[in-house]
Design a protein around this ligand. Structure first.
Ligand code: ADP
Ligand code: MG
Length: 330
C-alpha cells in the first residue's frame, strides 16, 4: 500500500540526511550565526556534543513572532524568489537545518533583535513547541541543542566516542575560525576553552591563536593564492599543517599539494611544510562534487594552479628575507 508519510516521520527521514552527527549540528548553527552578521560566536559542547551543544552569537537575532517559523521546513529569511538563487551570499538558504535539528533533539532558543526590548525563549522537542515566553537578554541568538538523536536510537548508536565526536568538531571550528578571522570564536569543550580567536581580521594572529606552535610563518601571494607558509627548515611529520580554502570552502586537493612540493623543491629534506593557503578562482573552473563528503576539489586548469603556488612559494623562500632555518619552527 502506498501512503504519504506523516509529517513527523518525513521530518525525521529528512533530518537524517542533513544531520549525521553532532558535528553537522554545530556546523549548521555556526553557519546561521555567521549569516546573522555576528562578530562573536561562542560554542560549548558536552560529551562530544551528544548531550549538549550551545551556540551563542551577537548577530541580528530573530524577531519574536517569526521564531517558531524558523523551525518549519523550507523556512528561510535568506531567499524569497527564484532569481535570488543566482546571487546567494549566505551559507544557508534552504531552510532545512533548524527543522532537521529540532526533529531529532530537544532545542531551546533565546533570541532578541536590536529594536526589541525583550527576547524570546522557545523550547521545542521532536519538532513541536513545548513553551514560548519573553526573556531579558542581549541582542543575538543562543541555540541550545540537547540529547541529540534521543528519538532515533539507530543513529544514536552510530555516534562515536565523546572524544572522537569532540575531535572532529574542534577540527572543523579551527578551520572556520581561520577563514572568518574577523569573527571572534570561542570553543568550550567540557568546560575547557580549546579555541579562542581575536576576531580582528588579522589572519596570521588568528592562525597563531589556534596553533601556537606555528611561530614563524612567511606570507605568500600569487595570482590565485595567498597565505602563510613555514620556511623549508620547519616541517611537520604529518600534513596536518596543510590547510586549504578554495573560494571560502575548506577542501583537500592533490593539485595544491603538488604546487607545494614543486615550490619547496629540494629545499625540503624531510617532512611536510606548514601551508595555510587561500585560493580564489572562477567558480566555473572547479568541481567540488566529486566526493560529496571528502571535499576533494578538482581544478579545470590544474597546471595554472600548480604553477601559481610553485612560483609564489619560490619567490619567498629564495629571497633574502627568508628566515634562516635555525630560527624556524621546532
Ligand atoms: P537557512 O539557514 O537555510 O535559511 P535554517 O533552518 O538554518 O535555514 O534557519 C532558518 C532561519 O532562521 C534563517 O533563514 C534565519 O532567518 C533564522 N536564523 C537561524 N539561526 C539564526 C541566528 N543565529 N541568528 C539569526 N537568525 C537565525
Ligand atoms: Mg542555516
Amino acid at each position: 500500500m502506498i501512503r504519504i508519510l506523516d509529517e513527523f516521520i518525513a521530518d525525521k527521514i529528512a533530518a537524517g540526511e542533513v544531520i549525521e552527527r553532532p558535528l553537522s549540528i554545530v556546523k549548521e548553527l555556526i553557519e546561521n550565526s555567521i549569516d546573522a552578521g555576528s562578530s562573536q560566536i561562542v560554542i560549548e559542547i558536552k560529551n562530544g556534543g551528544k548531550s549538549c551543544i550551545r551556540v551563542t552569537d551577537n548577530g541580528s537575532g530573530i524577531v519574536s513572532d517569526e521564531i517558531e517559523l524558523a523551525f518549519e521546513r523550507h523556512a528561510t529569511g535568506k531567499i524569497s524568489k527564484l532569481s535570488d538563487l543566482d546571487h546567494i551570499n549566505t551559507l544557508g538558504f534552504r531552510g532545512e537545518a533548524l527543522a532537521s535539528i529540532t526533529a531529532i533533539s530537544r532545542i531551546t532558543v533565546y533570541s532578541k533583535t536590536a529594536d526589541s526590548e525583550l527576547g524570546t525563549k522557545l523550547k521545542m522537542q521532536g519538532g513541536t513547541t513545548v513553551s514560548i515566553e519573553k526573556t531579558g537578554m542581549n541582542t543575538g541568538t543562543t541555540m541550545v541543542v540537547e540529547d541529540v538523536f534521543y528519538n532515533t536510537p539507530a543513529r544514536r548508536k552510530f555516534m562515536k566516542s565523546d572524544a572522537a565526536e569532540a575531535t572532529v568538531i574542534i577540527d572543523m571550528i579551527q578551520k572556520i575560525a581561520i577563514y572568518y578571522s574577523h569573527i571572534a570564536f570561542r570553543l568550550i569543550n567540557n568546560k575547557q576553552t580549546v579555541i579562542a580567536t581575536p576576531g580582528t581580521g588579522d589572519i596570521l594572529t588568528t592562525i597563531q591563536s589556534i596553533y601556537p606552535s606555528y611561530r614563524q610563518l612567511i606570507e605568500i601571494h600569487g595570482d590565485y593564492v595567498h597565505g602563510f607558509i613555514s620556511d623549508p627548515g620547519s616541517t611537520k611529520s604529518n600534513k596536518r599543517g596543510q590547510i586549504f580554502f578554495v573560494n571560502g570552502r575548506y577542501v583537500s586537493s592533490s593539485t595544491i599539494e603538488n604546487g607545494i612540493v614543486k615550490g619547496y623543491g629540494d629545499r625540503i629534506f624531510s617532512g611536510h611544510p606548514i601551508c595555510i593557503l587561500f585560493l580564489e578562482v572562477n567558480p566555473e573552473t572547479i568541481d567540488v562534487n566529486i566526493h560529496p563528503n571528502k571535499k576533494e576539489i578538482k581544478f579545470l586548469h590544474e597546471e595554472d594552479i600548480v604553477k601559481d603556488i610553485e612560483n609564489a612559494i619560490k619567490r619567498v623562500i629564495n629571497s633574502e628575507n627568508t628566515i634562516p632555518s635555525a630560527m624556524g619552527l621546532r
